[in-house]
Design a protein around this ligand. Sequence first.
Ligand SMILES: Nc1ncnc2c1ncn2[C@@H]1O[C@H](COP(=O)(O)OP(=O)(O)O)[C@@H](O)[C@H]1O
Ligand SMILES: [Mg+2]
Length: 545
Amino acid sequence: MIHEREAAARKDVLEVFEALCPHIAGNPYVPHWPTGPQAKFLGSHVTSGADPANVFEALYGGAAGGGKSDALLMSAAQYAWKHPEFAGVCLRRSYAELAQPGALMDRAMRWWLKAGVDWNGTDKLFTFPNGARVKMAYHGHPRDDLQFQSTEYQLAAWDELTHWPDATAYEWISLSRLRRPDGSRLPLRALSASNPGGPGHTWVRNRFVGGVDVGTGRVVEPQHLYVPARLDDNPHLDQTSYRRALMRLHPTVRQQLLAGDWSAREPGDYFRVEWFGPMLDPEHDEIPRGEAVQIRWWDLAASEREDAARTAGVLMARLRSGARIVVHAVAFRATPGKRDAAICRQAHLDGRHTIVGLEIEGGSGGPAQFEALAKRLKAEGFRVVGARPRSPLTEAESRVMVRTPVSTSGKEARADPVASCLERGYQRRGECNDTGEPWWGADAGRPWTEQRDGIRIYAGPWTQAYLDELEGFPDARLLDQVDATSGAWAWLEAHPFGLRVAPGEERRRRPAELAGLHPEDRGGRDPGAPGAPEGGARGRERWRP
Ligand SMILES: Nc1ncnc2c1ncn2[C@@H]1O[C@H](COP(=O)(O)OP(=O)(O)O)[C@@H](O)[C@H]1O
Ligand SMILES: [Mg+2]
């Protein structure tokens, strides 16, 4: 009697569960019973009441070890069990990540092969006994589109979504490859799992979690469902030893992994957002006229292709006091004609007091390209300078400079002094704990126009994207604005007093000068550098912004 009642109660519970989270209970391809949040995630397309005609998007995000990757595999097995027409795809950004031991593909084999699922290693395709298919795939480059061209899926399961630096691949596959076979009633789902942090942190946060845009201060409302994952949710993990391992990490990273905190962003390798100090307000904090040398440095690219490098222009000012200000940054993809037109337009917006700096490309076409654009800008009354940062050293230079190996002589080497200057300003303003540096706190309490070192930044609609790029440096895919920043910084470093030769006669700068080793600077001290006498070593020189 008691047994019957218990059996009936169990049946009721399972029915409710089945209604909320279909096809999990009893599924032979799901080896574990889902935890609470996993069940919520797996049933969210039913319980959220979303229109089944649209693709349903959800992120299971937060702490590492919360059971996110497991939940994605469960979501694939969910409809494969009873729907022979089901096709799903599980994605990582690279093949290496997909094939890692313990990652999706490895785990799926452990789950499914012994349950009678067939595996085709060439196509990376699991075929269930009823004919349902689940593909393991990677997508890290537009050329990987080909793998998806002629297929339709009802599930795209994205693991570690923040590893994708932008939403392009996600949107393309989730929105254009997800389709229902004729007559089928399978739900269309784009399900993702991710820890916070990584190059795509901001777009993923904005899409699913929401947050505040640092540049505009606007609150971004999430558009899709977010199921938080916490370490405590997963009783199947040895939490004590896992926690102990996490405690050795950087506090921000620990906060992201342990608590799944999306407001914590991991520190950049080179640049950290807090080093810029409080952002300047373009309405109230105007650069005093005649007090700054200002340059917009362009790092040129010449293609509209989605995966190409972008043309980036960063407007940086150097105040007489020594502080640098990032005033504005743009980046776009355009063909040479459109690009040059955009550069001219931007020059007019920036005004004639802004010098236009152009990167001279390596190779024989570089100088001609520079001459053509420079001529056009000069004809419109702008002052133009150029530099070829990667040209070989001259005989004289090679005596004082060591040629760095090619791999490190590029972007990193040029960003290095910029990052150093940025951090120095942060320490001089006393915004961190005492660092033991001799200049710690030397600029504390000074108005921003009188700070003697460091880099500040204006708030604007461009600021968040710019800072994301800096924080992602050097690992992220988008680095063009960092390069343009290095260019602007280096020119201002070599020319703290602006142009000293008449416009049009500016000779080409050599790398020694770009690195701050201007012939006149050797022996002298940089007026902005810590410990330099007030007003700068060359304070007597004429100031010509
Ligand atoms: N519902 C569950 N039942 C049993 N074990 C689970 C369950 N969910 C996750 N696990 C196990 O916990 C560990 C961590 O899960 P994983 O999915 O890798 O977490 P995450 O992807 O969030 O870092 C894995 O060994 C996984 O198999
Ligand atoms: Mg995982």
